[in-house]
Structures are given as structure tokens and as C-alpha cells.
Ligand binder design. Structure first.
Ligand code: UDP
Length: 327
């Protein structure tokens, strides 16, 4: 297929591009490089453009004869979304509406959308299945929830075929060491902990150790970014006109912050000084996927299930790229 990947220069998007190319698809990346990296895109495949530019998007899709869109372009920091909701509603909601209108103008009716566990808010059931009520607790989660509803309505009204893939915690770097995780600022637990191992930060602050979890620190389901990429590629074959697939992507295993830090200590061989700080507002105590539907429907199961092996892939990249893609 000919696939346009918005946000294909970003963390999960770039790994998906790699998987799609490996599967034999013709891939074009559409990215404004505001948070992505040119170095993460295969040579000659990058189209620099804004999601808000409907005419440019439609022209790109027409001239490249695009069959399907994979939509990763979005802002994805929970904290920033609380401080600057206007940015999130404009980029994630308005931007996606523009993309959907450009797709209609160019007669493209298939999309795979990056959704998130943040659409559940604080789930009552852990592991969480897809029919858990979605009650997002921050603007980021709400923007993704809104778009899931928009996709439902487009499927109904316009015959759109879509898959909304709800990731748990994307983690790790491409197994072959070619692609990595490079956010500015970095806020995610694994890369921050590895930066401590590299001597770039003095210590890690654990956001609360008085949560109702086995060791008092938050539990998350860390799923390898190559596995997420594989699920996106698999979802393409399951798109049907007028229908939407909504699937969790996770390993089904939860790891506490302390367990992740310990996995980083083992992978790096470095001492990781820790201090306990206050809870981070908006953090649910436990997020673990029930990903049985993705297995049943897509035939997908993660290849990386051990947190140690996920962290090892991240460490390989961070050690080789201490300043991210610019090193
Ligand atoms: N976390 C932490 N210290 C940090 C960064 C993260 O204790 O410096 C915790 C955070 O509270 C959460 C987990 O690590 O429970 C994963 O956080 P991350 O930001 O990586 O992903 P999120 O779960 O917010 O999507």
C-alpha cells in the first residue's frame, strides 16, 4: 500500500515507518519537525508540512496516490496539556479534523490512529479491557478520546475505515539500534533514568511512594515501540469501510517505578540515585492492558515482554546517542 504517516519523524511514528517499509509498503512521512527528527526518516521520504494545511495535505495524498493514513502527529505531554490546553485542542483535535477533511478531499478512506490509555482516565478494572468506560482526566487524554468519537461518526456518515490503537507506555528503542527516543524536554521514566546512568542528571525523582500499589510506586504496562509498530502494520489488513477497531496495545504486565529503575540499574551496571518526591497530579496508580482483543483480532502479541529486555534496547541507543539524534 501507499501510506502517508503523519508524525513519522517522531518516536512511535518513526518506528512504524520502519516496520511498514520492511513489510514492503511505499511510505511517505508528513511532519512539521516541531518535535520530530529528520534523521529518523528514511532519505527522500520526508514531506515537511503542517497538519493545519488542508490543501497541502490533500495535494500530497492525491499526487502520491495514498491508500491509507497513519496518524501519529500529535502533542503528547500530559503536564503540558494541563498547562496549555489550547495547544492540545488545536493540534490534536483541530489538526486531526483538518486531516480527515483533506482525506475526504483526496478520496482516502482508511486511517490508523494513535490513541492512548489516557482515554480511560483512572480505570476501575486492571488489566483494562477496551469496554472500560473512557473518562479522561487530562486534556491530552480528552483530545484523543474526542478523536475516537469523531472517527466513529466519520465511519457512520462517510464510510471511513479506522483503527484506534490505545497504547499503554511506549518504551524501548528499535532492536537494531537505528531509531531511538529523543524528546525535548524528556519527561518519560525510562529515558530519564538512563540519563541518570549516563551522568546527565544527578538522580531520579520517584513521583510518590504512597500509592495503593504493591511497593507504593505507580505501576505501568511498558510495551516495546517495535511491537507497537508491528501492531500498526497488522491493523492495516483489518480496516473495513464504515467500521472502527479500537484496540489496547500492551503486554498485560505491570511494573512499578521502582522495578523499572532496578531494570535500568541492571541493564546499565550504574548506580541510579533515587529520591522520593510528591505524587504527580493526574497520574493514575495502575495502568495495565488487557490486550487480548489485539491478539484475537490482529494476531498480535508483543515480542518483548520482559522489562529488562525493553530497557536493554533503550540503553543501547541512549549509550550510542547521548545527545539524541544530534549525536
Ligand atoms: N515517573 C517518575 N519519575 C519521573 C518520571 C516518571 O516517578 O521522573 C513515573 C510516573 O509518575 C509514572 C511512571 O513513572 O508513574 C511512567 O511515567 P512516564 O512519564 O514515563 O509515562 P506516563 O505513564 O505518564 O505516560
Amino acid at each position: 500500500m501507499k501510506i502517508l504517516v503523519t508524525g513519522g519523524a517522531g518516536y512511535v511514528g518513526s518506528h512504524a515507518v520502519k516496520a511498514l517499509v520492511a513489510a514492503g509498503h511505499e511510505v511517505w512521512v508528513y511532519d512539521n519537525l516541531s518535535r520530530g527528527h529528520q534523521a529518523a526518516v528514511p532519505p527522500g521520504r520526508l514531506i515537511v508540512g503542517e497538519l493545519a494545511d488542508r490543501n497541502h495535505l490533500a495535494a500530497v495524498m492525491r499526487t502520491r496516490k495514498i491508500d491509507a493514513v497513519m496518524h501519529f502527529a500529535a502533542l503528547a505531554y500530559v503536564g503540558e496539556s494541563v498547562e496549555k490546553p489550547e495547544l492540545y485542542y488545536r493540534n490534536n483535535v483541530v489538526g486531526t479534523l483538518v486531516l480527515l477533511e483533506a482525506m475526504r478531499a483526496a478520496d482516502v478512506s482508511q486511517i490508523v490512529f494513535s490513541s492512548t490509555t489516557a482515554t480511560y482516565g483512572v480505570p476501575q478494572r486492571v488489566p483494562t479491557p477496551e469496554d472500560e468506560p473512557q473518562r479522561p482526566v487530562n486534556p491530552y487524554g480528552f483530545t484523543k478520546f474526542v478523536i475516537e468519537r469523531v472517527l466513529d461518526d466519520y465511519a457512520q456518515a462517510h464510510g471511513l475505515a479506522f483503527a484506534a490503537l490505545r497504547y499503554f507506555n511506549a518504551a524501548g528503542c528499535s532492536a537494531d539500534g537505528t531509531l531511538g527516543e529523543d524528546h525535548d524536554p524528556e519527561t518519560h521514566l525510562i529515558p530519564i533514568t538512563l540519563q541518570v546512568a549516563l551522568g546527565q542528571r544527578p538522580q531520579i525523582t520517584i513521583f510518590g511512594d504512597d500509592w495503593p500499589t504493591p511497593d507504593g510506586t505507580c505501576v505501568r504496562d511498558y510495551v516495546h515501540v517495535d511491537d507497537l509498530a508491528a501492531a500498526h502494520a497488522a491493523a492495516l489488513a483489518h480496516l473495513r469501510p464504515g467500521r472502527g477497531l479500537k484496540l489496547n496495545l500492551g503486554t498485560g504486565r505491570g511494573h512499578s517505578v521502582r522495578e523499572v529503575v532496578e531494570a535500568c540499574r541492571k541493564a546499565t551496571g550504574h548506580v541510579i540515585p533515587c529520591q522520593v518526591g510528591p505524587r504527580r497530579p493526574g497520574d493514575p496508580p495502575m495502568l495495565v492492558a488487557d490486550a487480548s482483543a489485539a491478539k484475537r483480532i490482529l494476531g498480535w502479541s508483543p515480542r518483548f515482554v520482559m522489562i529488562e529486555s525493553i530497557v536493554e534496547t533503550a540503553w543501547r541507543w541512549h549509550k550510542a546517542h547521548p545527545r539524541g539524534y544530534s549525536s
